[in-house]
Design a protein around this ligand. Structure first.
Ligand code: BGC
Length: 368
């Protein structure tokens, strides 16, 4: 009797185990071919990417799942693990923090998954196979060039802001911008208004990663609109009269640009400002129409999504994806596919964003 009972217990445990394993492979209903992990829902930029992925996937033969990490590397690692449990073969991931994401993608590589870094590079690991990206140096250069082209006179106060130091792109954007701004600081067109670190390096056209890190550390917004607003307020409170009047502002993206613009617009001693941005977020397109933000850099997310999914499908089909160059991530050269960017201001907003059907005219007011 005891023996028989043991036999039944064993069977029950075995069955439970089989069910458990099956559950692990299938949790959430069915297996997934491609896992997509995006950094946060709190910024329209990434919600836009989610929508573009959904549009592109509508008639795909492969199954996909999109998860958000909500600005947390721990949550990001959990997301990757959840997707690994669902049997993904390809991981498309935009890291919240480029270095911290190394352990998540290393876990994926261990399972034989191909890793595609999407828009942001994952640094200091050999566990990244591909990188799909916009030309981020060109983004910064375009922002800076816009300020150069529009500033009048000499000694124009230049306010500098940057993205998060944990994002490799923040370095690329600033590096691209600095190459254009530095000669104009040297020749007296601009004077730096808010960064002693940039001031100390104003004679160097080429900055090392450490030097860039010093400047970014001082003028970072952490990609956070509130932090950008607080910093801008602090800067304007501290600014002497000769740092007011007609000014130019390098703002790294649309979310931070809008909040920095609001602060500058509400300061009576600022007579005019040019402020940059990037992402062509809807709210910023309205700001550009309303002349509250000067420009944005349009990064057509449809192309990036197409490239990333195209790569994933080739990998699933056993082919080798085509690349156009490579990016060193501190450990290896990661094969990359790069997309160009477009400068948008009030003059071409309609032709670039409405005529190309990126947005609908009815989403904005005052569009001519
Ligand atoms: C992206 C930008 C975005 C920023 C903040 C960067 O890595 O390239 O498009 O605005 O992150 O999320």
């Amino acid at each position: 009797m005891f023996k028989k009972f043991k036999g039944i217990t064993f069977l029950v445990i075995l069955m439970a185990f089989v069910l458990f394993v099956a559950g692990c492979n299938n949790s959430g209903g069915g297996s997934v071919d491609v896992g997509i992990v995006l950094p946060t829902k709190d910024e329209p930029r990434w919600v836009q990417d989610e929508q573009r992925f959904k549009d592109a996937l509508a008639d795909s033969d492969y199954s996909t799942e999109i998860l958000f990490s909500q600005g947390s590397s721990a949550k990001e690692k959990e997301n990757v693990e959840a997707l690994l449990n669902k049997g993904i073969k390809v991981l498309i991931i935009t890291p919240h923090d480029g270095a911290a994401a190394a352990s998540a993608v290393e876990a994926a590589k261990k399972e034989g998954v191909t890793v595609i870094a999407y828009d942001r590079l994952i640094t200091d690991t050999d566990a990244v196979d591909y990188y799909v990206t916009f030309d981020s140096l060109a983004v910064g250069a375009a922002q800076a060039q816009y300020l150069v082209d529009n500033a009048e006179g000499t000694d124009v106060p230049l306010y500098l802001y940057a993205g998060a130091a944990s994002d490799n792109n923040a370095f690329l954007f600033f590096e691209g911008a600095w190459k254009v701004l530095q000669p104009k600081i040297a020749d007296g067109t601009f004077k730096i208004a808010n960064s002693s670190e940039a001031e100390a390096l104003k004679d160097s056209a080429d900055l090392s990663r450490d030097q860039l890190g010093k400047i970014i550390g001082q003028i970072t917004t952490n990609w956070d609109a509130n932090e950008a607003k607080n910093k801008a307020q602090t800067h304007l409170t501290a600014a002497s009269d000769d740092l007011k009047g007609d000014v130019v502002i390098l703002a790294p993206n649309d979310g931070t640009a809008r909040s920095i613009a609001d602060v500058f617009a509400s300061d009576g001693a600022i007579t005019s400002y040019f402020v940059t941005g990037q992402d062509a977020e809807k709210a910023s397109i309205q700001y550009i129409i309303d002349e509250k933000q000067s420009m944005t850099v349009f990064k057509d997310v449809r192309t990036l999504v197409k490239d990333a999914m195209g790569m994933a499908v080739e990998i699933l089909d056993g082919k080798t994806p085509e690349t156009t160059g490579s990016y060193n991530n501190g450990e290896v050269d990661v094969k990359a596919k790069q997309t160009d960017v477009i400068v948008v201001d009030k003059d071409n907003v309609k032709s670039e964003l409405i005529d190309s059907e990126y947005y609908e005219a009815s989403e904005f007011t005052g569009l001519e």
